[in-house]
Design a protein around this ligand. Structure first.
Ligand code: NAP
Length: 326
């Protein structure tokens, strides 16, 4: 495994992060694995040198954090792992149990720490922009969370570049803790981030940790035009049906599959390697539902693509509307 600084911080993270949205409860999403089937992924990730784990309070409504917390307690030393979680999405129907108010942030960090069985998270991220709370309130609350020692760094996730630039500017202006990372939607079939967000992150020294690097499985070559595909997630992940499956998306996948055959590797490895070659990208957050997915992803860290190969993969891309901000 290779390690890299998260943005301008001194924190070293593996070049892949293991996303844990797939681990939790089938009641939340049909394609999610229960704890007994999830633990081997976390154990193997550690054995393969992954030290960076991403979760969120809302994944399986807390169960993902609980599973990650228990597994890391059993398989790792706290100081050796980097735990990232998120706040923003509704945890119940109660009016204050969502968003980025000072109240919800203070309640949520404590609830996440309890579920994760840890005194602090390494990275506390806002899952989305909250249009109903002044960003100043959010930033000051996050700063206080950091000063209380409950989070070491703070990060943001999918939002417009103007919003992120405003948050960075206001943090500097008030002397509050600054966001160090951006967790955004970025992969070979969604590259709109290249317009504004990624140049901003590069200019500001922000670590970029893209979510759904395989477009929720779409880039693995097994998704189909008719009926979406054979795997459980292909069939039941409604969110992915809304994001991808355009004709030009399939043309990109065809290039990925062709190149994978030429290179004697898996399509998923080509798609991950392409992201790792982007100068702005720190560590894609991978999803794995079968154990070989994890091994293949780690092998992709050493897969070099030439400029010509990368251009070939990029060429059929057609602009998309903004996807994944809400
Ligand atoms: N911040 C946000 O808003 C946000 C949003 C989404 C996700 N995330 C984070 O990003 C993480 C990853 O998201 P994701 O699961 O959508 O990531 P992804 O890596 O794009 O998709 C994972 C899916 O791809 C397929 N796959 C993975 N490796 C494969 C391989 N080697 N060969 C064939 N198929 C393979 C599997 O699909 P099948 O199960 O169908 O086989 C797997 O479920 C999440 O766990 C979460 O931490 C964050």
């Amino acid at each position: 495994m290779k390690y890299i600084n998260l943005g301008k911080t001194g924190l070293k993270v593996s070049r892949l992060s293991l996303g844990t949205m797939t681990y939790g409860s089938r009641q939340w999403r049909e394609w999610v694995l229960p704890e007994v089937d999830s633990r081997p992924f976390i154990k193997l990730a550690l054995e393969l040198g992954i030290n960076f784990f991403d979760t969120a309070d809302m994944y399986s409504l807390g169960a993902s954090e609980e599973i990650l917390g228990r597994a890391l307690k059993d398989f790792a030393k706290r100081e050796q792992v980097v735990i990232a979680t998120k706040v923003y999405n509704a945890m119940s129907d109660a009016p204050n149990d969502k968003g980025l108010s000072r109240k919800h942030i203070f309640e949520s960090i404590d609830a996440s720490l309890r579920r994760l069985q840890t005194d602090y998270v390494d990275l506390y991220q806002i899952h989305r922009w909250d249009y109903e709370t002044p960003i100043e309130e959010t930033l000051e609350a996050l700063h206080d969370v950091v000063k209380a020692g409950k989070a070491l760094y703070i990060g943001a996730s999918s939002m417009y570049a103007w919003q992120f630039a405003k948050a960075l500017y206001l943090a500097d202006k008030h002397g509050w803790t600054r966001f160090v990372s951006m967790q955004n939607h970025y992969n070979l079939v969604y590259r709109e981030e290249e317009r504004e967000v990624l140049p901003l992150c590069q200019a500001e020294g922000i670590g970029v940790i893209p979510w759904s690097p395989l477009a929720r499985g779409f880039l693995t070559g097994n998704r189909q035009r008719e009926g979406f595909g054979e795997t459980l997630r292909a069939k039941t992940d409604d969110f992915s049906h809304n994001l991808y499956y355009n004709e030009s998306d399939f043309q990109v996948v065809d290039r990925v599959v062709d190149l994978s055959k030429q290179r004697g590797v898996k399509p998923a490895q080509i798609a991950i390697a392409w992201l790792l070659h982007q100068p702005s990208v720190t560590a894609p957050i991978i999803g794995a539902s079968k154990i070989e997915h994890l091994k293949e992803a780690v092998e992709a860290v050493d897969l070099a693509l030439s400029d010509d190969e990368r251009q070939l993969l990029e060429q059929p891309y057609q602009p998309h509307p903004v996807l994944g901000h809400r």
